[in-house]
Design a protein around this ligand. Structure first.
Ligand code: AMP
Length: 398
């Protein structure tokens, strides 16, 4: 069997993993992907090939995957059983690279210590990302590990895009607009260069619409603005997060409702967005199939905000030539794509119904002033590519 690269993405109660085989000229092909979910509660291991064949599906005794370290040990045993040789490198999705990291980095103790300082910037993600790195460093001290950041793709923004109208000391402390979903945007920008090289050089907005939602303005394939800011709460409404919100609402929750920071954080991350607004579900498929007027209103609000943010990003770009839909909703819902395009018809956007129903890749009509694509994202492949590239370069740090 060829050598492999392991890609890891740790959440609060799950570890997702994907294994890539290294082919000729270092081309990477997915062998299988899996996850352990319900860590510490009711852990389950599931692994499938990209074609959907089930390799493992079992509930684990709770004590076997009580925390990230235990769950990683289960993943390692599964890999040992499945592979002839262990992976030669592991790439991690790490949500926050702070103001420091503008590219993937080989992990050592010094890097880890720096990444720990960004925990307050992403308290719901960063601790789990780093706990997984540490667990793997203990079990496989010689394994080459790389951190790939959701923020890195946006690090080239002008200061105008990154700052808040706040005193300078907060900027110095790292209170800036970072932007997230960068690994997804990096993949989409590269794929667009293959699909439509002429358009990729121009002004393009990418809408990453999944359980988390954001939009990114690209000029010549580089990020110049993002709807997400200091945290992954800003911008578009999402499954359970509100998106753009007057900070006065947060003050109201604290002062008038007596909610402490932890309660507010939980509320904003878990009880708002499409779920909060509809009172029905965070899952777009449930809302699309519901006859409840509240579901219809939540969907209309979602589409309205996507259209509004398009105007906001087009102003940053000073024009618009292309628009790309990606992630769970963007890739799979012709209904949402059509509703967004309809709201943006004043920009000259027009979709071809047949191409839209078939998910593209090109879904706009020849007459449309804005060319519209559907591009399935692949953040794991981006991580695997960076990890292998850094390994081949001898693991030098940037
Ligand atoms: P992601 O986080 O990219 O995996 O996207 C997850 C979200 O995509 C889910 O919460 C669903 O709401 C949405 N989704 C997945 N499949 C479809 C579909 N066929 N139509 C509409 N929404 C979908």
């Amino acid at each position: 069997m060829a050598e492999t690269v392991l890609v890891l993405n740790a959440g609060s109660s799950s570890i997702k993993f994907e294994l890539f085989e290294i082919g000729p000229q270092d081309r990477l092909a997915s062998l299988f992907a899996g996850q352990i979910e319900g860590i510490g509660v009711r852990p389950r291991l599931l692994a499938r090939t990209r074609a959907g064949a089930v390799l493992a599906e079992r509930t684990l005794p709770r004590e076997e995957a009580n925390d990230v370290e235990g769950a990683m040990a289960v993943v390692e045993r599964f890999l040992d059983e499945t592979l002839d040789a262990p992976p030669i490198a592991a790439g991690h999705r790490v949500v926050h690279g702070g103001p420091v990291f503008s590219a993937p980095v080989a992990i050592d103790e010094e890097v880890l210590a720096t990444l720990e300082t960004f925990v307050p910037l992403a308290p719901l993600h960063q601790p789990y990302n780093l706990a997984l790195v540490r667990a793997l460093r203990r079990s496989r001290p010689d394994l080459f590990q790389v951190a790939c950041f959701d923020t890195a793709f946006h690090r080239g923004h002008p200061a105008l895009a990154d700052c808040f109208a706040l005193p300078d000391w907060l900027w110095e402390e790292g209170v800036r607009r970072y932007g997230f979903h960068g690994l997804s945007y990096e993949y989409v920008a590269a794929r667009l260069r293959e699909l439509d090289p002429e358009l990729a050089e121009k002004k393009v907005i990418v809408a990453h619409l999944g359980s988390g939602c954001s939009m990114c303005a690209l000029r010549g394939g580089k990020s110049v603005e993002s709807t997400m800011g200091f945290t992954a709460l800003d911008g578009l409404p999402m499954g359970t997060r509100p998106g753009q919100l007057d900070p006065g609402v947060v003050l109201y929750l604290a002062a008038a409702k007596g909610m402490d920071p932890e309660a507010i954080q939980h509320f904003l991350y878990h009880d708002c967005g499409l779920k909060g607004l509809s009172g029905i579900s965070n899952d777009l498929r449930v809302l699309l199939s519901s006859a409840d007027p509240k579901a219809a209103f939540a969907l209309e609000f979602f589409v309205y905000k996507i259209a509004q943010m398009t105007g906001w990003l087009a102003a940053a770009l000073e024009g618009l030539d292309g628009f790309v839909f990606t992630a769970g909703i963007g890739e799979n819902s012709p209904t949402i794509r059509e509703a967004v395009a309809h709201r943006l018809r004043w920009l000259g956007m027009e979709l071809d119904p047949h191409a839209n129903a078939a998910h593209g890749p090109l879904v706009s009509t020849p007459a449309s002033r804005v060319r519209v694509y559907v591009v399935p994202t692949d953040e794991e492949l981006v991580i695997a590519r960076h990890t292998l590239a850094l390994l081949r370069r001898g693991g030098d740090r940037r």
